[in-house]
Ligand binder design. Structure first.
Ligand code: 1HE
Length: 266
């Protein structure tokens, strides 16, 4: 593994970036504060995701220490007025949009607390892997605040509005098994096995044709939000663009010549 140079505004005490081939590992490194997200950490995440090196084809996102992320750094909250709070929330949106709509698929490894803004961060990733210790909460309701990191747009799309409202109103916490069952995560693995699973998946994702990954990241979520008529039309365009690409043609030729892997029962 070679350490990638951290961009100037990605202080190494908050975020560690390490590349391994086509996979970039981005680690939250503020374990003493349970990886709580303060302004410099939001800025560091934003910078890291808008500056993904050209050779990076997949990103693994994880948190150091006992917890993935304790959400918003609550010590910062007391100092903001209303206007500053709006700008603060919009900064989170910009950073997490850079994750969701960036150049590379992002695989998050979740363990321990995945709460508040930590769950909002996880929801911006494309694939979420939970270790058994993971638990999910939205304590905003009980802290007298509201989600501000895109949670109200992204989390209902994973688990439904009613489940999110329950979490916020009652402080209900879901464990890793429940999280998997209700759709917060796509994979559930044993404790300590999350990173290996993430790198295995990242390795696979990185071998896809770039235009397929582009369509999955950029077109799929937008089509899913469109009315079916418009969505189907955009799908036909994206499909034609992807299948017209030389990468698609050579992969299909390989399959027809018996040189590409078959779909295997898992
Ligand atoms: C923090 C934070 C934080 C820990 N902001 N400093 N998020 C929350 O409401 C979750 C608040 N945190 C917790 O419930 C617990 O800390 C945990 C369950 C995550 C972890 O518990 P534990 O026993 O491992 O750690 P701890 O002893 O509570 O915390 C260790 C230190 O981290 C301690 O500081 P210290 O100086 O006394 O050592 C804590 O104060 C500090 N710490 N979490 C600031 N969140 C865009 S809007 C998003 C809105 C939200 O995210 S609201 C939800 C906020």
């Amino acid at each position: 593994m070679t350490a990638a140079a951290a961009p100037p505004s990605a202080p190494s005490d908050l975020l560690r970036l390490e590349t391994s081939g086509a996979v970039l590992h981005i680690r939250l490194t503020r374990p003493a504060k349970r990886n709580a997200i303060n302004d410099p950490l939001v800025a560091a995440l934003h910078t890291a995701f808008v500056n993904l090196p050209a050779e990076v084809r997949a990103v693994v996102l994880s948190g150091e220490g006992e917890h993935f992320c304790a959400g918003l750094d609550l010590s910062e909250l007391q100092e903001r007025d209303v206007a500053e709070s709006i700008i603060h929330s919009r900064n989170w949106h910009a950073a997490f949009d850079a994750i969701q709509f960036g150049r590379a698929p992002v695989i998050a490894v979740l363990h321990g607390a995945v709460v508040g803004g930590g769950l909002e961060l996880a929801a911006a990733a494309h694939i979420r892997i939970a270790e058994r210790s993971a638990y999910y909460g939205l304590p905003e309701g009980t802290r007298g605040i509201f989600v501000g990191g895109g949670g109200s747009a992204r989390i209902p799309r994973l688990i439904g509005t009613a489940r999110m409202a329950d979490m916020m109103l009652t402080g209900r916490v879901h464990d890793a098994e429940e999280g998997q069952r209700i759709g917060l995560t796509q994979y559930l693995v044993e404790e300590g096995a999350g990173l290996a699973k993430a790198f295995e998946l990242a390795g696979r994702v990185a071998t896809n044709a770039p235009l397929s990954n582009f369509a999955i990241l950029q077109a799929l979520p937008r089509i899913a939000e469109m009315a079916p008529g418009e969505g189907l039309f955009v799908e036909s365009l994206m499909s034609a663009i992807a299948s017209g690409d030389p990468a698609a043609k050579s992969r299909i030729r390989d399959f027809l010549a018996g040189k590409a892997a078959k779909v295997q029962k898992s």
